[in-house]
Design a binder for this molecule. Structure first.
Ligand SMILES: [Zn+2]
Length: 252
């Protein structure tokens, strides 16, 4: 009798175990089946150039409108939320030597914001900014949120709006780190929409990532170029979100 009860128990135990496995397998298959090309692909976030020199908050030398303390807090909260969601959060950091070619002070007789030709390239001349090791070159968003910080514009000869490569074609480590971490989708925001954010978003797309830009977590240098930048990103297939929406990010 005892032996029979045990074997009955064992049989029902096996049944439950088998059923659980089947159910688990079905759930697994339906998850993978929902998006075969992005199975296993992670989402990364690139927080662009949230540095003192680009902010009104820190009286930056190249302060962009609307970059007060509240804006920095908003971006930090967003980065925190995205990090909690399991996304890998990266930062870019403009990091120039003191004699960088983009500084108007390197071009005698020229004024800030003048457009000049350097070899074959158009270069906007900026006030000196984000000089390596200076207080206002720091990123004023909690650095503990970042999986990695990618520095750009280190070569005195070339400017680098993009976090992926400079105007001379030299690549940063960004693409390699993203690929190594199985990232397939990238969310981009920060300063400035019409320069470094746009360039980083477009290069992310060129490198094969699905790209999402968040408008309310970004600020532009000038209204007309900011509007044009958003139109250009849209036209090139980048998803433009008005504000942070993790649900939308997950389904894109
Ligand atoms: Zn710069």
């Amino acid at each position: 009798m005892k032996a029979k009860r045990f074997s009955d128990f064992f049989r029902s135990f096996l049944g439950v175990a088998l059923f659980s496995c089947l159910l688990g397998g079905m759930v697994f298959l339906s998850t993978v089946g929902a998006c075969p090309e992005c199975a296993g692909g992670k989402t990364a976030v690139i927080v662009v150039d949230m540095q003192g020199d680009f902010s009104t908050w820190k009286n930056g030398s190249l302060a962009v409108n609307g970059t007060d303390e509240a804006f920095f807090e908003k971006v930090e909260e967003a980065a925190e939320e995205l990090s909690k969601e399991g996304f890998l959060v990266f930062a870019t950091q403009d990091w120039h030597p003191a004699d960088h070619i983009s500084f108007y002070t390197q071009h005698p007789g020229k004024k800030p914001f003048e457009l000049v030709d350097i070899e074959e390239r158009k270069q906007v001349l900026w006030p000196p900014h984000c000089v390596q090791g200076t207080e206002n070159a720091r990123i004023f968003v909690d650095n503990n949120l970042f999986f990695a910080t990618v520095k750009k514009g280190k070569d005195p000869r070339y400017d680098s709006y993009s976090g992926f490569q400079d105007d001379g074609g030299a690549v940063t480590e960004m693409n390699k780190i993203l690929k190594r971490n199985m990232v397939s989708k990238v969310v981009v925001f920060g300063i400035a929409t019409d320069y470094c954010v746009k360039a980083t978003a477009l290069d992310a797309q060129k490198n094969g990532f699905k790209v999402i830009f968040v408008e309310d977590l970004s600020k532009g240098v000038a209204p007309d170029t900011t509007k044009a930048a958003i139109e250009e990103m849209k036209a090139k297939g980048i998803v433009v979100l008005k504000d942070l929406d993790i649900k939308k990010i997950n389904v894109e």
